[in-house]
Design a protein around this ligand. Structure first.
Ligand code: ATP
Length: 365
């Protein structure tokens, strides 16, 4: 197992990049620590696969270094990097049995026969592949083939890391959650560094201890699912994580803090100074729908707002509100009653985040 460090990494598929838009990875530095269960989460095209391929050596970065345990590996072949990679679509040898497919990476690594048998059987049991272990891969279902593909990545416990590139895309939805749990179980059992690429936040949260959120060729936040939810440090994280995402409101600066419509939000001196220092007028307030407070009657620091829509999702409701010029979402409990067409909205101070040029201006920093 290795600590994987990416230093000032950049990659462009264009031979002559002309600007930031030509880069799939932009000046990124990041460390994947030994033994972690990590997710790399981001929208399509943000550079996730590019990063994995650079780590495994399938792709040479345009700039920067890839370090395994402080040793530069840029020039090492994929084989010598000893990384297992599981792709979106199954990679299996159709003419071989499932057993031989699973045994293949172990044979290549010169593992003794008895150990190979024990290890293959162990992984086959976890992935519930025992009934097809002696069958040729050719006759397997798509789900079974992908399980074999995952198993080939998982059999070796001496690898530097295992990289999963959206491995459950082709898997039947019923099986997905089960396989996610199994991956987690395998991680807990063998403690191998795992990086799991997905664009699905539920998948990321159920698998990973820590999630790296990637946006436009950069990691914008690396934190626990809870940190990403409670303290998104970039508007993209606020918007991308959560269902629905964070409310983001354009505001202007006042002497006391910030203002939108006729609502003044006071800020502490530190925040005001940091906003002033940027000289930027691109300032937003962010509040998650879960933290928007709704009351039937007016109270201190609440404002009347019009109900535009109530969506009942079974275990919770999403209320769409019009507050002055702003449209907001609130997420409330299923049993919270909504009547009439007006409510009063409040923003608990601790959950109100301030963003300048899309980055969080923290209370403490
Ligand atoms: P997805 O979730 O859709 O797989 P991703 O986050 O993995 O997306 P990448 O596949 O790494 O993103 O792609 C990042 C950017 O690089 C995209 O703009 C993509 O179009 C571009 N790109 C990827 N592979 C190539 C290639 N072989 N040649 C040229 N451009 C590429």
């Amino acid at each position: 197992m290795a600590e994987i460090q990416l230093k000032s990494l950049a990659h462009s598929y264009s031979r002559h990049p002309e600007g930031p838009g030509d880069y799939a990875i932009r000046q990124m530095s990041h460390t994947w620590h030994k033994g972690g269960a990590y997710a790399l989460l981001g929208p399509s095209g943000c550079g996730k696969t590019t990063m994995l391929n650079i780590i495994s050596g399938l792709l040479a970065p345009s700039e920067g270094d890839v370090m395994f345990d402080n040793v530069r590996v840029n020039e090492l072949s994929p084989k010598d990097r000893n990384i297992a990679q599981v792709f979106q679509f199954p990679v299996v040898y159709d003419s071989m049995t499932v057993f031989d497919n699973l045994a293949f990476p172990l044979k290549n690594a010169g593992i003794p026969k008895a150990r190979i048998e024990a290890k293959v059987e162990e992984i086959a049991a976890i992935l519930e592949l025992e009934p097809v272990l002696r069958k040729k891969a050719k006759g397997l279902t798509a789900d079974e083939k992908q399980k074999v593909s995952m198993g080939r990545g998982l059999v070796r416990d001496d690898v530097s890391a295992i990289l999963f590139d959206e491995p459950l895309t082709v898997i039947d939805p019923q099986l997905k959650w089960k396989l996610r749990r199994k991956l987690k179980q395998i991680h807990e059992q063998f403690n191998i560094t795992m990086v799991y690429v997905t664009h699905d936040q539920l998948e990321a949260s159920t698998f990973a201890d820590k999630i790296a959120v990637m946006y436009d060729g950069q990691i914008v936040q690396f934190g626990t699912p809870r940190e990403l939810f409670e303290r998104p440090n970039h508007t993209f994280v606020g918007f991308f994580i959560g269902s629905p995402g964070m409310n983001l409101i354009d505001v202007s600066v006042t002497e006391q803090g910030v203002r939108f419509d006729d609502i003044d939000v006071p800020l502490d001196d530190g925040q005001k100074q940091r906003i002033a220092a940027t000289g930027s007028s691109n300032i937003k307030l962010g509040i998650r729908p879960e933290f928007v407070q709704l009351t039937a009657a007016p109270a201190d620091d609440t404002w009347p707002c019009r109900i535009l829509d109530v969506e009942d999702l079974g275990t919770y409701k999403i209320v769409t509100l019009q507050l002055g010029e702003q449209r907001l979402k609130a997420r409330i409990d299923e049993d919270q009653m909504i009547s009439g067409d007006t409510l009063h909205v409040g923003f608990p101070r601790q959950w109100l985040k301030v963003y300048v040029d899309e980055f969080l201006v923290d209370e403490q920093t």
